[in-house]
Ligand binder design. Structure first.
Ligand code: C2O
Length: 536
């Protein structure tokens, strides 16, 4: 079980560095559970850094205090402190994950959360012969807390990562990594379930296996209608279960990941991490067959795999809505106010990178929003987050103010308050202020139905809305230069963060929070905080 946040020396791609881990493991330990289990995890921080753990995709019914995002639902667990997370996996099964939720710590502090169906309940697909967790990540030589600080202080963009990894292994294409390879041994004729998790900080990834098809049966911990693809794209924050049939001649096949980078001007590593899908009986020295990946900015396979994501059963989908929200999402550039612009204004046109929702850059408060809300403390936030953009403009092709010179956003800790039980539709609209980009937007505390998406500016007259079998997800890659429409019923009281799961965008403020009010009676009311809740 997860319990200790520790530092550890690790050598990857010819370099040794110290990383933050859980229990000295990279990736961290897998948490196994069953639907409706109560999970209790005591976390002791033995590092000098602030830490928290977020249970990504866990809906935290009435347990907002255990959600984990720093300064949203708790203060960080400081050096030497302990905090116990406690929650129930109410009607949840499938693959989710956990990760640190403070600074860029989750780059190395992450692991799988595998939730099996209740005893005696089968999968809605043929039982696989074996199951494997496959965690995809980006790896950095630099200390990630310092890196975040340095990026923010520079005003410029984040550098490219130094490697991609599959279950912590970069694979043989990287220097010094011939033997640092993840492998799955397979028996011809058997079917394997891969629980794929994108835990990367700053990169969306393509995934494929040479000569093998992938049948998606679950996304973000919810069953989907089976859908077969050659390659899939998975954003940071998403999880996908795929079935792979070992139906090819005996050989060693590459399992590869590579970048999907839809934005312009962003440095990234255009390289592949490779693992092996190898048949028993293959000679160890035999060459591995290459796995083809799409070109880094090819959005067609992204659209294709999205089109195929359909809920197996879309229960509790709101057909009617009473709260209609429209948020723009994107990156901005703020004017330089520094006396040392060469040092601190390295963004486009000598400005400072920011990001925003509805042109508001989220500023983290000094105590957690949930504490401020629960204790009715004034001065930490305002409840005037705009329901629609303050200015309407050509979102995809233009900037809000004096195009193209002024791309400022407003700074603030603004939240949007939802009535208990509100049936919410939220349109997420990408902007092209700096560059259009596929943004993986993640909502805490809920899964949502992705009822529509498309390219260009959202137009209610022409948008196609699926109210039959939309996928039920917790993270949606909003199409580059496009929009996505999501729906959920706000029936879980608390403070719920919504943000871009590209970590640098969260650092720049591409986030906001919903406060969902209590309903009536104890089953609709957030209980009081746990006694060991960390102090700021
Ligand atoms: Cu996976 Cu707010 O995060």
């Amino acid at each position: 079980m997860i319990n200790k946040v520790q530092t550890m020396k690790i050598t990857k791609v010819c370099k040794t560095r110290e990383i933050v881990t859980i229990n000295g493991m990279y990736p961290g330990p897998t948490v196994h559970a069953q639907e409706d289990d109560r999970v209790i995890v005591k976390v002791t921080n033995e590092t000098p850094y602030n830490a928290t753990i977020h249970w990504h995709g866990v809906r935290q019914r009435l347990t907002c205090w255990s959600d984990g995002p720093a300064y949203l639902t708790q203060c960080p667990i400081q050096a030497g402190q302990t905090f116990t997370y406690e929650f129930t996996l109410v009607q949840q099964k499938g693959t989710l994950f956990w990760h640190a939720h403070v600074s860029w710590l989750r780059g190395t502090v992450h692991g799988a959360l595998v939730i099996y169906p209740k005893t005696g309940v089968p999968y809605p697909f043929p039982n696989p012969y074996e199951e494997h967790v496959v965690i995809l990540a980006d790896y950095w030589f630099k200390d990630l807390q310092k890196l975040e600080k340095r990026v923010l202080a520079s005003g410029g963009g984040a550098p490219a990562s130094d490697a991609y990894t599959i279950n912590g292994h970069p694979g043989p294409l990287y220097n010094c990594s011939k033997n640092d390879v993840f492998k799955i041994d397979v028996i011809p004729g058997k079917t394997y379930l891969l629980r794929i998790i994108n835990a990367a900080l700053n990169i969306e990834l393509f995934f494929s296996i040479a000569n093998h098809k992938l049948t998606i049966v679950e996304a973000d911990g919810e069953y989907t209608k089976p859908f077969t693809v050659e390659q899939l794209m998975i954003t940071p924050g998403q999880t996908m279960n795929v079935l792979v049939e070992a139906n090819q001649p005996i050989a060693k096949y590459n399992m590869a990941i590579g970048p999907y980078m839809s934005a312009q001007f962003v440095p990234f590593q255009n390289f592949s991490a490779v693992a092996h899908f190898q048949y028993s009986g293959v000679s160890l020295t035999s060459m591995a067959l290459p796995a083809p990946l799409p070109f880094f900015n090819d959005s067609l396979p992204v659209k294709n795999s999205m089109n195929g994501l359909r809920s197996l059963h879309a229960t509790n989908l709101p057909l009617e809505i009473d709260t209609d929200l429209f948020f723009t999402i994107g990156v901005n550039v703020e004017q330089c106010h520094s006396r040392t612009p060469n040092k601190s204004c390295q963004g486009p046109n000598g400005g400072v990178f920011k990001a925003s929702m509805n042109n508001v850059t989220f500023v983290r408060p000094s105590i957690s929003l949930l504490q401020a809300y629960y204790n009715r403390l004034h001065g930490y936030y305002t409840d005037d987050f705009p329901e629609v953009p303050l200015k309407t403009y050509d979102f995809v092709n233009g900037a809000p103010n004096n195009i193209p010179n002024n791309t400022q956003s407003l700074n603030g800790t603004r939240v949007s308050v939802l009535e208990y039980g509100a049936r919410v539709q939220l349109i997420l609209q990408d902007t092209g202020i700096v560059s259009t980009e596929n943004h993986p937007i993640h909502l805490h505390g809920y899964s949502f139905y992705v009822v529509g998406y498309g390219t260009g500016n959202f137009d209610p007259m022409t948008a196609e809305i699926n109210l039959v079998d939309p996928p039920y997800m917790n993270t949606i890659g909003v199409p580059v230069g496009g929009w996505a429409a999501i729906r959920f019923i706000a029936d879980n009281p608390g403070v719920w963060f919504i943000h871009c799961h590209l970590e640098v965008h969260t650092s720049w403020g591409l986030s906001m929070a919903f406060i969902v009010k209590n309903g009536e009676g104890p089953l609709e009311t957030l209980p009081h905080p746990p006694a060991d809740l960390p102090r700021c």
